[in-house]
Design a protein. Structure first.
Length: 157
């Protein structure tokens, strides 16, 4: 089974998205809120940690979350029939309007013992399609996937 993120943050939910950071800068005119220094973004049990997070709003609605770190980390708990998901990359972009989660630069997704690695992993949450590419600058920078052969109850469940 291919690792997949269920839907990341639920922007249709009434559950608030909470942000904690060392510093914050809100630019209401640009519709941006920039948080820096040990940033933690949470909605229910879904968590994103990074050195910098920018929240983009349009017409008062949160449209995009962009996180950068060395690396940034994303954790989504087990839900219904989907196991816990752990992801990391130097750049993680969640685009609600496009139904996309983009992981760039040393991207890794771990789920139920399965591991998916690439320089760039693009997940279309609506179509449930994952596309990964290796690095153009590294000749060994290929996509790697480790798949458990059966119903494994790994520590990521």
């Amino acid at each position: 089974m291919m690792p997949a993120l269920a839907g990341a943050f639920d922007l249709q939910s009434d559950a608030p998205i909470r942000v904690n950071a060392d510093h914050a800068r809100i630019d209401e005119g640009a519709g941006e809120a920039t948080y820096t220094g040990n940033v933690i973004v949470r909605q229910n049990e879904t968590t994103l940690t990074a050195e910098k997070v920018v929240l983009h709003r349009q017409d008062g609605v949160l449209k995009q979350i962009e996180a950068t770190g060395e690396p940034a980390h994303y954790t989504q708990p087990a839900r219904n029939d989907r196991p816990k998901t752990d992801a990391e990359a130097h750049v993680i972009i969640y685009s609600a309007g496009d139904n996309r989660i983009l992981l760039r630069q040393q991207a890794v997704i771990r789920q139920a013992g399965n591991v998916f690695r690439g320089e760039r992993i693009d997940y279309d949450t609506a179509k449930r399609v994952v596309t990964a590419t290796g690095s153009d600058t590294n000749p060994d920078g290929r996509v790697e996937m480790i798949i458990q052969p059966g119903n494994q109850s790994g520590d990521n469940r």
